[in-house]
Design a protein around this ligand. Structure first.
Ligand SMILES: *[C@@H]1O[C@H](CO)[C@@H](O)[C@H](O)[C@H]1NC(C)=O
Ligand SMILES: *[C@@H]1O[C@H](CO)[C@@H](O)[C@H](O)[C@H]1NC(C)=O
Ligand SMILES: *[C@@H]1O[C@H](CO)[C@@H](O)[C@H](O)[C@H]1NC(C)=O
Ligand SMILES: *[C@@H]1O[C@H](CO)[C@@H](O)[C@H](O)[C@H]1NC(C)=O
Ligand SMILES: *[C@@H]1O[C@H](CO)[C@@H](O)[C@H](O)[C@H]1NC(C)=O
Length: 680
């Protein structure tokens, strides 16, 4: 019997819940349920009096307020005809000398809904307090109030609002347009030590519990109860007009409001639910419960439809249609970009399981995903796109999809069915260059030939971006965490298009927040003018890091004012650069090449952009050195150790557990760098 009862109760609870709102209307604002006749927006509410505004200034905690009332948050709404909301507390405070510090009498405007005369009490708190409520009730002016005088703190007791430190009086029905006045007899002079202020409030008597602490300080707002009712007619009158009569459920009945004009609807005994919705009063009986369960199914079907519609909306809002259009018009440049379905990506990431997170940061979260076709991808959930940047976002994706270079992370596509677009990239398994040159404790030190190879490949990418595109693409955030490495230690540059994507201010964020100050072109910092030469500078810094294994972004070794770049330059000028070269990379054979690379780095970080070489030139020189090196190997019959590194024999799964924690976090950073996307 008990299980059956429990199940029935559950069903009933579901049913009642399911019947409370109109289809297609938002059922909650924050944690507050909004039952019809109330509704968020005009179309969801019975009439203007019942419109709720869902104030989502703080998107994490949206708050409902009554429309047009300019009022404070609603706490809850009951279909019994009451609504609880916050109202202000009036206060009158004094300085020790007895001067009024500030006075803040509360007053309230007119609204269709009246303060509940049964639930609320006019309450005053203080030991030198005369509180008065003046207003009009049933269109008659009236005034009432209470007074509390006391001299000794010990005479005031918690929980007792009976005239000592706290007094209460009832309020009349249909109270509207009232004012609260607070007065004191001698400016709290005798009681100031424990009671500097008087307070007056209309408060839900069920909620209010007097505490002696209130004599010192009270909150600014308290809950009050409003009575609500439909329309301005009584039941007899309202029933005459069948189109406007609100008690539309067959099992409902009408009752005149006991506080002002209007009426309310209730479900007959034996039924529960919302009488303002057709079919809203659900019967309490197994049969009816089954019926109601059917209705719930229907409702859930409707919700699903709504969900689909929402997805379609996001698709449109995020620019999906524009992209789709271009694909349909077979814009050849763009048709390699795939538009993913959210379902597909959910399956790939195990519903965006936390354990699939590879990286996290200010720009979003990166998940490792396994697509059904076997491909491993990195999926980035970016922050919401500014609507104005929608077109730009699409253009950005277009640019990204045009970049086809073996040393660039491949952008595979995007998904627009979520509030914030998702971007899908090829997954690069071996972490970032930063992991490899700055975490020597965990990963074998990279050989010189591998470093030179990475440098030459990266330079090649930049030369390609600068010269084979018109207008040139400036990467603008070259740094070791943005250079990913694949299984063969080939470099995969990520995170470009930063400058194209985003508005001026966010640009700054893009470089500053990521702490890439160490890589930023000093000329750009001064002029704000971004050119290809800015990339040359950043690349120079990367070269210096490859040579020294020191970090440019957190160069703490020296006094303030020393950057890795100027330290390097000063050693170059003293011909003592060997001092900071990474231990173990220099030997008799390669000392000359390393010096050549150091000279290239020096040229790249010249203060004046015009003095820096072009990326083409840099790439050509590095490629030349690399070719020479390879040639030397061939003739010298291979140095085994070095080949091993070049072939990439060091296993490190990017998201896998084989990576030590310190590297893992570094890797995450690297993946954050994957924001080629238009996510911003
Ligand atoms: C509505 O009123 C009924 C009877 O007065 C009471 O039993 C019920 O708890 C009330 N419901 C709410 C949500 O206040
Ligand atoms: C206040 O109360 C305390 C304790 O009851 C008492 O000792 C004191 O005399 C009282 N002071 C005044 C001013 O009544
Ligand atoms: C009074 O209480 C409010 C919050 O209830 C608090 O913000 C304020 O700092 C308090 N003031 C004093 C003097 O304790
Ligand atoms: C309802 O309102 C009408 C018109 O104001 C009035 O004549 C009638 O007496 C009212 N009925 C009840 C039951 O109050
Ligand atoms: C009945 O109510 C509707 C909707 O409020 C209104 O348009 C119509 O004029 C009313 N009919 C009568 C006879 O009052």
């Amino acid at each position: 019997m008990i299980p059956i009862l429990a199940i029935s109760t559950l069903f009933l609870a579901i049913t009642v819940e399911c019947q409370v709102i109109r289809p297609d209307c938002q059922e909650k604002c924050g944690s507050v349920a909004i039952p019809y006749p109330f509704g968020i927006g005009k179309n969801c509410a019975l009439d203007d009096n019942f419109v709720i505004i869902c104030n989502d200034v703080d998107p994490d905690r949206p708050k409902p307020v009554l429309g047009g009332h300019g009022s404070l948050d609603i706490i809850d709404i009951s279909l019994n005809g009451t609504l609880r909301k916050y109202t202000y507390v009036a206060s009158d405070c004094y300085t020790r000398g007895g001067k009024s510090d500030h006075s803040n009498p509360a007053s309230s405007g007119l609204h269709k809904f009246f303060y509940s005369a049964t639930r609320n009490k006019f309450t005053a708190v203080g030991c030198d307090t005369d509180a008065r409520l003046t207003g009009s009730a049933r269109h008659q002016r009236y005034s009432s109030g209470c007074m509390s005088i006391c001299y000794n703190k010990s005479s005031v007791t918690d929980g007792s609002c009976s005239g000592i430190g706290c007094c209460q009086s009832s309020i009349p029905k249909q109270l509207s347009r009232f004012n609260v006045e607070l007065q004191s007899y001698d400016g709290h002079a005798q009681v100031w030590d424990f009671n500097p202020c008087s307070y007056a409030l209309i408060v839900d008597a069920n909620y209010f519990y007097f505490s002696t602490k209130f004599l010192q300080n009270m909150s600014h707002t308290v809950p009050t109860v409003l009575d609500w009712a439909i329309g301005y007619q009584n039941c007899t009158e309202a029933k005459k007009n069948t189109t406007s009569y609100a008690c539309i459920d067959h099992n409902s009945y009408c009752q005149d409001s006991d506080n002002g004009p209007g009426y309310r609807c209730f479900c007959r005994s034996g039924y529960k639910g919302n009488p303002y919705i057709n079919g809203g009063c659900a019967g309490i009986g197994i049969l009816l419960i089954l019926l109601a369960a059917g209705c719930c199914l229907l409702q859930s079907y409707r919700r699903k439809q709504m969900h689909i519609r929402r997805k379609e909306n996001f698709f449109k809002q995020n620019g999906g249609t524009i992209l789709q259009d271009r694909i349909d018009r077979s814009d050849s440049s763009i048709n390699t970009v795939k538009i993913f379905k959210i379902k597909e990506l959910e399956v790939a990431t195990d519903n965006f399981n936390e354990r699939r997170i590879c990286g996290e940061g200010g720009f979003g979260t990166v998940y490792k995903g396994h697509l059904s076709d076997g491909n491993v991808v990195a999926i980035k959930k970016s922050k919401a796109v500014d609507m104005r940047q929608k077109e730009q976002f699409i253009n950005e994706i277009k640019v990204l999809s045009q970049i086809k270079h073996q040393n660039v992370v491949r952008f595979l596509g995007c998904c627009f069915e979520t509030p914030e677009p998702l971007l899908v990239y090829e997954f690069i398994p071996n972490g970032t260059l930063s992991d490899h040159i700055h975490n020597n404790g965990n990963i074998p030190r990279m050989s010189w030939s591998t470093r030179l190879n990475i440098a030459a490949e990266t330079a090649g990418v930049l030369a390609y971006l600068h010269s084979e595109h018109s207008p040139p693409i400036i990467h603008r955030d070259i740094k070791p965490t943005n250079i990913l490495l694949d299984d063969n230690y080939s470099s995969k540059v990520s995170d470009f298009g930063c400058s194209r994507l985003i508005s001026k201010n966010e640009n700054e964020m893009c470089t500053m927040v990521r702490g890439t100050l160490g890589y930023l072109d000093p000329e750009y910092l001064q002029t704000g003018q971004l050119t290809e030469k800015s990339d040359v500078y950043s690349f120079g810094v990367v070269l210096i890091e490859l040579l020294t294994a020191l970090k440019a972004a957190s160069f703490e070794r020296f006094d303030e004012g020393w950057t890795l770049v100027n330290y390097f330059l000063s050693l170059m000028n003293d011909n003592s650069v060997l001092e900071i070269l990474d231990k173990g990379i220099v030997n008799e054979d390669n000392a000359k090449e390393i010096m050549e690379v150091a000279n290239i780095a020096k040229a790249c970080v010249a203060v004046k952009g015009e003095e820096r070489p072009r990326m083409n030139e840099v790439a050509r020189q590095l490629q030349g050195l690399l070719t020479m090196l390879k040639h030397k190997w061939a003739t010298e019959n291979l140095n085994m150790e070095e080949t091993e590194y070049l072939l990439g024999d060091v296993p490190a799964d990017h998201c896998g557990s084989s990576i030590p924690t310190s590297v893992y976090s570094g890797t995450a950073e690297g993946f954050m760098a994957l924001n080629i996307d238009g996510g911003r």
